[in-house]
Design a protein around this ligand. Structure first.
Ligand code: SF4
Ligand code: SF4
Length: 179
């Protein structure tokens, strides 16, 4: 139904990923294969989340909604799951995830409007603005650049962006969050 498609697109946009995005963003350290196979959708992880960023996603499986805030990597979601379900849904020995942001063309800085909201919100100092190559008629607008080594994928930049231009996606080849 067309309405359902629009709703799905809007939900996806608000969660910081494109409507046709490859993979939902599940809680940190969760293994996507184990999650869909073993998760009972009890909601214990969402109830435990200190930042209240976990919501029921597609199929009722927990997903991260970065419009609500950032992940502080406290591990409460994984601990709560371990208490009610002692299975391998979460793997705390691995990296929490491989999320990294990209900046969409709707970025205000790209539109030559002064904005540093994502840079100001980043707790890791992973966003820097650099002058873009001069273009006739465009002047020298500054564009956001992500230091992927410094970025933790916490998502603080997502809600901070007034243009909804920050999109988090799993890096390709991630073993824990394969697309
Ligand atoms: S690590 Fe903490 S802040 Fe991040 S999703 Fe889990 S409970 Fe929430
Ligand atoms: S995801 Fe977190 S660490 Fe990475 S650029 Fe955004 S705010 Fe900074």
């Amino acid at each position: 139904m067309a309405g359902d498609g629009l709703d799905r697109a809007r939900r996806s946009f608000l969660r910081g990923r494109p409507a046709a995005g490859p993979a939902p963003i599940h809680p940190p350290w969760s293994r996507p294969d184990s999650l869909t196979a073993l998760c009972t959708r009890c909601g214990a992880c969402a109830d435990a989340c200190a930042e209240a960023i976990l919501i029921p996603g597609d199929g009722g499986y927990p997903e991260v909604d970065f419009t609500r805030g950032e992940c502080i990597f406290c591990g409460a979601c994984a601990d709560a799951c371990a208490e009610v379900y002692a299975g391998p849904i979460f793997d705390r020995t691995a990296a929490p995830w491989s999320l990294r942001p990209t900046i969409a063309p709707s970025c205000l800085a790209v539109q030559r409007v002064v904005c540093r909201s994502c840079q100001d919100a980043c707790p890791e100092g992973a966003i820097r603005f650099q002058p873009a190559p001069f273009q006739v008629g465009m002047g020298g607008a500054a564009h956001a650049r992500i230091d992927e080594a410094a970025c933790t994928g916490c998502g603080a930049c997502v809600a901070a962006c007034p243009a909804g231009a920050v999109i988090l996606t799993h890096q390709s080849g991630s073993p824990a969050h394969a697309d």
